[in-house]
Design a protein around this ligand. Structure first.
Ligand code: BES
Ligand code: MN
Ligand code: MN
Length: 463
């Protein structure tokens, strides 16, 4: 496309600085203490979209955090790309493990990012990746290279389950009408190995509370004679996997979409080094479900993980006590065909079943979402593949990811269009972890690749 690389190179310092400003606002959707900041971020996104060339931008109220909607319609007869992203971020804690404050972005070089990476919460997930689209739009409008119509829908509740987004889509189908949905909120294999995400796992997130005696007890006077909720809860949790690391919840695997041998061997061709994987995580060996490779375990297989567990005394020194209650947060990653609400029910029934007499268990479902998988023999995928070919000089590899963007399955159902997941993050970018960062090379490469998708998609679908 005309002057695309030149425009990005000439403006790269400003592109980086603008992103840094956005990253300074702590838009943590999970914590009400940041409510003002989340709202201010929506405002900042609105201004950025306007400046990038949207004709109209509005902040749409929802029962939760607002959705920023912007559009530029150049010709109703041309195709329309709908960009989705999120302006909210994960909580920064544990804050003491950050080398620099999470909301004071700094640029540092790393082994994978010798050109520099921006360190800040949200740098990669998803402010940096969302902002690539804003700057790609800027290039297209400022240089007369926008080939089609574009709409933006940027939400502020992705990290807490996107509850208002379903509500919003339901009420705004016309407004959101599009020919393809474009999202950068995933990753790629490596800087020299572009990939397009063709699958996401579903999710069921629950919290459990186990109660034993009605009050905390002296562990000498009562120990051994009553159920200790922490002992019992950890035992119950441990029993959720068998010796082969299969999940023991009855019916859990009933609907799992098993891959054919052919699909599995195709998957095994994806470049991957187990040695490097272990080295990066400083682990002696990997761990997981018997009969599956590491890449299969973290993408096409369902899992169950404890995300947090608490109860009893955790202060200084020792306190001899049997706590009345113990708690855990548990997530299950799901694969195509498993229904998240059904799985939540199966978990609940099973967990209540295995609680011994003398205890009471409460299972509180949080949020969830369906898994997603898309074929590659579509015009949408082909257009994306062509964009990568132009930009990287090689064909991208289709790859199923282990992460979840629950709203993607809903998009296809409600808006009847295909989604293209063009991620530019790397696994080493530490999303959701301390020291999250986004490579400047990746950021600029994204801005240079996105307009090419618009071009190919328009050429391939224009009537
Ligand atoms: N962007 C991530 C999901 C992601 C990251 C998918 C990398 C594929 C590769 C998203 O913001 C996220 O964190 N999703 C949550 C689910 C949500 C309901 C909290 C997740 O996957 O844990
Ligand atoms: Mn994200
Ligand atoms: Mn996330």
């Amino acid at each position: 496309m005309k002057n695309l690389d030149k425009y990005v190179e000439e403006n790269k310092d400003r592109f980086v600085n603008e992103l840094i400003e956005l990253l300074k606002i702590p838009s943590v959707s999970a914590d009400p203490a940041y409510k003002k900041d989340v709202l201010n971020t929506a405002e900042a996104v609105k201004i950025a979209l306007k400046e990038a060339g949207c004709d109209s931008v509005e902040i749409c109220e929802t029962p939760g955090y607002p959705i920023v909607f912007g559009e530029k319609i150049i010709d109703k007869a041309l195709p329309t790309v709908l960009v989705y992203g999120h302006y909210d971020v994960q909580p920064a804690d544990p804050i003491e493990l950050w080398d620099s404050p999470p909301f004071e972005p700094v640029i540092k070089n790393t082994k994978v990012h010798p050109e520099g990476a921006i360190f800040a919460r949200g740098a990669c997930d998803d402010k940096g990746q969302m902002y690539m689209h804003v700057k790609a739009l800027e290039y297209m409008t400022k240089t007369g290279n926008l080939p089609c119509n574009v709409k933006f829908m940027i939400e502020g509740e992705e990290e807490v389950g996107s509850e208002s987004l379903g509500w919003f889509i339901e009420r705004n189908k016309e407004k959101l009408a599009n020919d393809v949905i474009l999202i950068s909120d995933t990753g790629m294999i490596a800087k020299d190995t572009p990939s397009i995400t063709t699958g996401l796992r579903g999710l069921s997130y629950v919290e459990v509370e186990l109660t034993g005696p009605n009050r905390d007890l002296h562990s000498g006077l009562y120990g051994g004679a009553v159920a200790n909720p922490i002992n019992v809860l950890t035992k119950m949790i441990a029993s959720l996997h068998d010796e082969n690391n299969h999940i023991t919840i009855p019916g859990f695997y009933d609907k799992v979409d098993e891959l054919s041998d052919e699909e599995r061997s195709k998957m095994a061709e994806t470049p991957f080094s187990l040695e490097k994987y272990k080295e990066a995580l400083d682990i002696e060996d990997v761990y997981g479900e018997k009969g599956y490779t590491t890449n299969e375990r973290n993408s096409i297989r369902p899992t169950l993980d404890v995300n947090g567990i608490w109860g009893g005394y955790i202060g200084e020194g020792a306190k001899t006590v049997i706590a009345s209650k113990a708690f855990a947060k548990i997530s299950m990653r799901l694969v195509p065909n498993q229904d998240w609400q059904e799985i939540t029910e199966l978990f609940k029934k099973h967990f209540e079943n295995i609680a011994p007499k003398g205890t009471r268990v409460l299972v509180k479902p949080h949020h969830g979402g369906q898994a997603y998988v898309t074929p590659i023999d579509t015009v949408e995928y082909q257009a994306a593949s062509n964009a990568y070919k132009d930009s990287f000089g090689k064909e991208p590899i289709p790859q199923r990811s282990g992460g979840s963007i629950p709203i993607v399955a809903l998009f296809e159902k409600q808006l009847k269009s295909k989604t293209i997941l063009m991620g530019f993050g790397l696994d080493s970018d530490a999303i959701h972890s301390p020291n999250e960062h986004f490579g400047i090379w990746n950021y600029l490469k994204g801005i240079k690749t996105i307009p090419l998708f618009y071009k190919h998609f328009t050429e391939m679908t224009k009537k």
